[in-house]
Design a protein around this ligand. Structure first.
Ligand SMILES: Nc1ncnc2c1ncn2[C@@H]1O[C@H](COP(=O)(O)OP(=O)(O)O)[C@@H](O)[C@H]1O
Ligand SMILES: [Mg+2]
Length: 366
């Protein structure tokens, strides 16, 4: 009996253990499933993966987010017009606002249209109107949100139609209009919205986020690589994160050269070579040298001109020559942007440099 007990006794234990193990495994599997449910973020570009979730996560625009918070608390959200350069958090702010208003399922309560959607007059009349006309349930304030991203791409006629729609549906719909250039939005719409300007982000704020992502993603980045990245971003967080991700994918160690190579921007050393050649070489020599360098490194004249501006800031020049030079560089850049020939514009720039150098010599002779 005792023997039988002995045999019987341990028997349940393993079963239990097995059951426990199975449960644990099940739980683990569920955990995994859950992880996988979050996992889709893994494959996302970092700009999406690290998009701020709440208004508090939006950096640098605390005045704006605090004001929006007040609006929500008091249930008096006006129509919004958010404008400013790309990558400064306009879309993120509106999405965070929607999440704050409607909770995690916010997408049901909003209509989001951006430039890739067809936004002629018909869309404004039909899609927006039918969305605006349905009733809202269970939301703070009882209104729905229509987000018009990149609204400066809308035609004037569509904006005209939009103006009427805004007026008719103010009772149960709020509009959030997002754009880069506020002057492309008709004054009639501007005056119906509360305007917020998103300025380029300060370098320190971009740096903080970049450092955070670097740590979370395990990026190896050198100090000069980080400095180059922040300089090229120019207050655009989207660009900073995109460049960082591209560099990380292409190079094990992200240094200055990696950043310039990844973005196709000329390396500061190349800019120095070009500008020095323009200042001191003979016209023909400089032309050949720069053309060769451009071909070898695959550089665009437009990027060289942009780099030359930055470089000239560090060079000592008499005022007259500097003004002359900047004026002519600006004109060349303008013509390049209109599709002017690189050869001709390079000649024009070289000519400008020659005159500028002459001007400075005349000045020193006096
Ligand atoms: N103010 C900000 N605070 C935090 N992250 C930001 C901010 N601005 C931009 N970002 C980051 O850059 C990405 C692009 O921002 P987004 O809001 O789409 O810019 P915009 O709509 O102004 O062009 C976001 O996913 C986010 O990771
Ligand atoms: Mg946007």
């Amino acid at each position: 009996m005792t023997e039988a007990m002995d045999i019987d006794e341990p028997a349940p234990a393993p079963r239990q253990v097995n059951a426990m193990a199975a449960l644990m495994a099940g739980a683990k599997a569920k955990g995994k499933q859950k992880e996988e449910a979050v996992d889709p973020r893994e494959g996302l570009p970092w700009v999406e993966k690290y998009r701020p979730e709440s208004l508090d996560d939006v950096v640098s625009h605390h005045d704006i987010t605090a004001t929006l918070d007040k609006f929500i608390e008091t249930g008096r959200l006006p129509h919004l017009l958010l404008y400013g350069p790309p990558g400064t958090g306009k879309t993120s702010t509106v999405l965070a606002l929607a999440r704050r208003l409607y909770g995690p399922m916010f997408r049901k309560h909003i209509l989001e249209l951006n430039a890739s959607d067809d936004r002629g007059i018909d869309v404004v009349r039909d899609q927006i109107k039918s969305f605006a006309a349905t009733k809202v349930l269970f939301s703070k304030g009882g209104f729905k949100l229509i987000i018009l991203d990149e609204a400066d791409m809308m035609t004037q006629a569509a904006q005209g139609a939009l103006r009427r729609v805004i007026e008719q549906h103010t009772k149960n719909v709020r509009f959030a209009i997002l754009c880069n250039y506020v002057n492309k939005i008709t004054p009639a719409i501007q005056s119906r919205c509360t305007r917020f300007r998103f300025s380029p982000l300060p370098e320190s704020e971009v740096a903080r986020k970049v450092d955070d992502v670097v740590e979370k993603e395990g990026v190896t980045i050198t100090a000069d690589g980080r400095a180059a990245l922040l300089k090229l971003a120019r207050g655009d967080m989207r660009r900073a994160l995109n460049v960082l991700q591209a560099c990380h994918a292409a190079y094990d160690n992200v240094d200055e050269t990696a950043v310039y190579n990844c973005t196709g921007n000329p390396h500061p050393e190349d800019i120095r070579t070009v500008v020095e050649s323009m200042m001191s070489d003979e016209f023909g020599t400089a032309f050949t040298r720069i053309t060769a360098l451009k071909a070898e490194k695959g550089l665009a004249l437009q990027d060289l001109v942009a780099g030359a501006y930055d470089f000239l800031e560090t060079v000592e020049l008499p005022v007259q020559s500097r003004v002359y030079l900047l004026d002519h560089l600006g004109q060349a850049e303008h013509r390049l942007s209109l599709g002017g020939s690189e050869k001709m514009q390079l000649s024009a720039i070289l000519g400008a440099f020659k005159v500028a150098v002459e001007l400075s010599q005349k000045k020193s002779l006096k």
